[in-house]
Ligand binder design. Structure first.
Ligand SMILES: Nc1ncnc2c1ncn2[C@@H]1O[C@H](COP(=O)(O)OP(=O)(O)OP(=O)(O)O)[C@@H](O)[C@H]1O
Length: 258
């Protein structure tokens, strides 16, 4: 490979990085939560971050969307250095990210349709104020097998259906990146499996990249190309599910014990 080819390849690899985190430090008083965390999410990849309760997974996500300012380190999301973005630019960036967070709160007083229209109205500058939202709502609901729930209220849905509607809402803006925070928490194993399959289908259909925070080892096995284990504020270990499962490190093994 000559020098030019080397530079082109290096540039391609950079263009392939949907999230890049370098040497991230965050403390709250004496509580040093992240102490030099590094991570890369590549284009089209499903990356799982696992860490025990209180290890800083939610703090990490908040940092990536500009809700927490790090003490030190570099956070780049969809090619943007978060530290340089003003409120308008942060809003613009967030409109390219789908979120499925713990609890998947739908607005109880709105129908399923209104819940799905909500992000479109919020980011109306991207879609045009007079754009017909229904085709988007229907496509998103069809992706999660719930087109028939269009006019129902959240109270009329089961827990699993609510999570699926929340997933439909997360993809309605056709995001380049989805952030899932405990997508299967509180669901029975069969419903959790359905959600995991939908996550996989969405990745295949739209080529979306995803960051998935989970404690659920089965979810990580099925859904991830790669995993990062967050231990004591750093990216303690990373690899495929199979590689980490085969590790002889007791700290890594602890994640796979049921
Ligand atoms: N705004 C804040 N102010 C002070 N401390 C905070 C704040 N946000 C988080 N923390 C602390 O940072 C640590 C990490 O919290 P975080 O919510 O990221 O954990 P987590 O890994 O997501 O846990 P869980 O799996 O239980 O949701 C905790 O000790 C928490 O108390």
């Amino acid at each position: 490979m000559n020098e030019d080819q080397g530079q082109i390849r290096a540039k391609d690899e950079l263009g392939n990085q949907v999230i890049k985190i370098q040497d991230l430090h965050i403390s709250f008083g004496d509580n040093h939560v992240l102490k030099g965390f590094n991570m890369v999410l590549k284009k089209g990849e499903n990356l799982v971050v696992m860490g025990k309760s209180g290890s800083g997974k939610s703090v990490l996500i908040k940092c990536m969307v500009g809700l927490i300012t790090p003490d030190q380190g570099h956070v780049e999301v969809l090619g943007k250095d978060i530290s340089t973005l003003d409120q308008h630019a942060l809003d613009e960036l967030r409109s390219n990210i789908g979120f499925l967070f713990q609890g998947s709160a739908l607005y109880d007083s709105m129908t399923v349709r209104e819940n799905l229209e909500f992000p479109m109205r919020r980011h109306r500058n991207r879609f045009g104020a007079d754009k017909d939202t229904l085709p988007y709502v229907m496509e998103a609901l069809e992706n999660v097998g719930l087109a028939h729930t269009l006019d129902l209220m959240p109270a009329e849905l089961s827990g699993g259906m609510k999570r699926r509607v929340a997933l439909a809402r997360a993809i309605i803006l056709r995001p380049k990146l989805i952030m899932y925070d405990e997508p299967t928490s509180g669901l029975d194993p069969i419903t959790a499996k359905e959600i995991i399959e939908l996550m996989r289908n969405i990745q295949k259909k739209y080529g979306t990249s995803a960051l998935i925070i989970t404690h659920d080892v089965d979810c990580a096995r099925v859904v991830s190309e790669r995993m990062v284990l967050l231990v004591d504020g750093i990216n303690y270990a990373e690899g495929t599910y199979g590689e980490l499962l085969a590790s002889s490190d007791p700290m890594v093994n602890a994640f796979f014990k049921k």
